[in-house]
Design a protein around this ligand. Structure first.
Ligand SMILES: Cc1cc2nc3c(=O)[nH]c(=O)nc-3n(C[C@H](O)[C@H](O)[C@H](O)COP(=O)(O)O)c2cc1C
Length: 166
């Protein structure tokens, strides 16, 4: 039987919500862990990896974990971000993660927006590094919402179907 792992990292709970939605619809032998808890990766046939975009990139712990994935492993990547879905700012970290994971078999990727507190945005938008995404993130206050989580569930089902195909 196929063994599936959902591994995620989340500071304010947005990525955790998406990870939980994905985990909820998986069938069979499944495990959910934070990236801090993950040790052995060999035993899984499929791994979902989720992270928030931080400072235009992939959190260090995610980078470390991706580098430990055995070559040829089937994986799916998901991320949350404050910037608008589809904008370059929302895609850059996922593109970086995909390059890091180029020895794996990436079956698909999923992203949605995730809120940042207005107080934090006020501070962050004053720094040149954060200004662009932080301004976009003002409209992300309701995310991830029900539709995002429904999409995450559909994504998880689609990935599991794909993973059984070869
Ligand atoms: C310090 C910090 C840096 C961030 N950097 C970015 C960024 O570069 N691009 C972006 O789109 N969102 C950025 N965000 C927004 C987060 O990616 C978003 O809120 C995410 O959903 C947080 O996920 P979490 O609740 O799982 O930690 C940043 C948030 C914080 C607090």
């Amino acid at each position: 039987m196929s063994k599936i792992l959902v591994a995620y990292i989340s500071w304010t709970g947005n990525t955790k919500k998406v990870a939980d939605a994905i985990f909820e619809v998986l069938e069979g032998d499944k495990t959910i862990k934070t990236m801090d808890e993950v040790q052995i990766l060999d035993e899984y046939n499929l791994i979902f990896l989720g992270f928030p975009v931080h400072s235009h990139s992939v959190p260090f712990k995610t980078e470390e974990l991706i580098k430990r994935i055995p070559p040829g492993k089937k994986i799916a990547l998901f991320s949350t971000h404050g910037s608008l879905t589809g904008s370059r700012l929302s895609r850059e970290a996922l593109e970086h993660a995909s390059i890091l994971a180029s020895n794996s078999k990436i079956l698909g990727t999923f992203t949605c927006r995730g809120k940042v507190s207005l107080q934090a945005l006020e501070v962050l938008s004053k720094s040149p590094e954060h200004k662009a995404w932080a301004e976009m993130a003002a409209s992300a206050q309701t995310h991830p919402d029900k539709h995002d989580l429904d999409d995450a569930r559909s994504f998880a089902k689609w990935i599991t179907t794909l993973s059984l195909q070869d």
